[in-house]
Design a protein around this ligand. Structure first.
Ligand SMILES: [Zn+2]
Length: 400
């Protein structure tokens, strides 16, 4: 006989039809009995299904998505998953059951489903989901193919210049560096992303860098369930906190590569060379337009220096080769157009021209003339007056 163990607080909440549906989708059309599971307080939003010597943990989504629609799918996940990990019976599985079908499911919900699937979690009734029009491009029934696809999906969900930055990650020399909050709704997402990453890039170390909230009352402490899961799947927790608000004049400005990269990812939504499209992350660098050395030696306040050093408008992703050319001012921008230095000969300019494969020209646009123009223009979406100020500082670097 199949037994369903349901915590006291859920007993009256789940209908007979729901029980039937859960069992049917999990193991098939069989008889079952419901038993009360005394778990005390803090008992989690999941039920246990016992069949022979196997135990299934079935996490239930919230029943009705409230105003925090974006968060509701992962809401009950960490504590349920922790209990599943703690289960001593080695014959165990973890599944997920959706309870809210009041409206169609928006892009963020679809992202969360794909995240769970990528983490190896079966969703019992995913076929019942109606996808909102905005999310229609997302194939919600399959896991992500790779971490870049996962990251692009996630970053494309947050609006440009949104202050609520999302969890993101990049491949560095010997690790996948994850930058994210580790408590509240964002923390649940960070945990699910780490779980998915542990499946997508099993050979790599995953290291989590805590992103600090601007709210001083919420220092980046990790929720216990998140910590348990992260440690269990081998994610290394870095104690350094990435502070976004360092409005403290006593703090001396310094380079802050991780925060700079984090901001670049939020702005450009991916990590590949802006000029040639190379996406081998190991050789892609966050290039400062107005160099950090010059910033550190400038006369503005330490606070302003700190801001400029991590400002996404003061940077582009470049491969190592293009980064050097840019740093040596052998290539530079005039307005939004890219030019080669006069110090280069024809062959060298031709070489650089051939190395640039990205471009954002539209048919009706006037293309600048002259041999030194490299046929490249900064994307409309990326360009703004702030960036323009930095570009001016770049070109005047050696002319002082
Ligand atoms: Zn390049």
């Amino acid at each position: 006989m199949v037994e369903l163990f349901v915590p006291t607080h859920l007993l009256g909440d789940i209908s007979k039809d729901e029980y039937k549906d859960i069992v049917n989708r999990s193991i098939g059309n069989v008889d079952f009995i419901v038993k009360e599971d005394f778990r005390g307080h803090n008992s989690g939003q999941y039920i246990k299904l016992k069949i022979a010597d196997t135990i299934k943990y079935i996490c239930l989504s919230r029943k009705i998505a409230s105003e925090s629609r974006n968060a509701f799918i992962l809401q009950n996940f960490p504590s349920a998953y922790q209990h599943y990990l703690e289960e001593k019976n080695p014959k165990k599985t973890f599944e997920y059951y959706i309870r809210d079908f009041s409206t169609s499911h928006p892009p963020f919900a679809i992202f969360s489903y794909k995240l769970l699937l990528t983490g190896g979690i079966k969703i019992l009734n995913l076929d019942k989901v109606k996808v909102s029009e905005k999310a229609i491009l997302f194939d919600y029934t399959t896991p992500f193919n790779d971490y870049k696809q996962m990251r692009t999906y996630r970053l494309s969900l947050s609006k440009r210049n949104s202050s609520n930055n999302s969890t993101t990650f990049e491949e560095n020399d010997d690790e996948i560096s994850v930058y994210g909050k580790s408590y509240g709704a964002n923390g649940r997402e960070t945990t699910a992303i780490c779980l998915a990453l542990s499946r997508l890039v099993p050979a790599k170390n995953i290291k989590l860098y805590n992103v600090n909230e601007t709210d001083k009352n919420h220092l980046a402490d990790i929720d216990p369930a998140n910590r348990y899961i992260l440690e269990n799947i081998g994610v290394e927790l870095n104690d350094d906190r990435m502070d976004f608000e360092s409005n403290d004049e006593r703090v001396i400005a310094k380079r802050n590569t991780r925060l700079f990269h984090y901001n670049l990812l939020q702005k450009y939504k991916e990590k590949k060379c802006y000029l040639c499209g190379c996406d081998i992350e190991k050789v892609i660098q966050g290039a400062h337009i107005y160099s950090s050395t010059d910033i550190l030696h400038s006369s503005v306040s330490e606070e302003e220096k700190t801001n400029q050093i991590v400002d996404a408008d003061n940077g582009i992703w470049l491969c190592a080769n293009h980064h050097l050319l840019f740093d040596y001012l052998l290539i530079y921008f005039k307005e939004r157009y890219l030019y080669a230095s006069d110090t280069l000969n024809k062959n060298q300019i031709e070489y650089i021209k051939n190395s640039i494969t990205q471009g954002y020209f539209f048919n009706d646009e006037k293309i600048p003339k002259g041999e030194n123009f490299l046929g490249f223009k900064i994307n409309d979406f990326d360009f703004n007056s702030n960036m323009q100020q930095y570009l001016l500082k770049h070109t005047t670097r050696f002319s002082k």
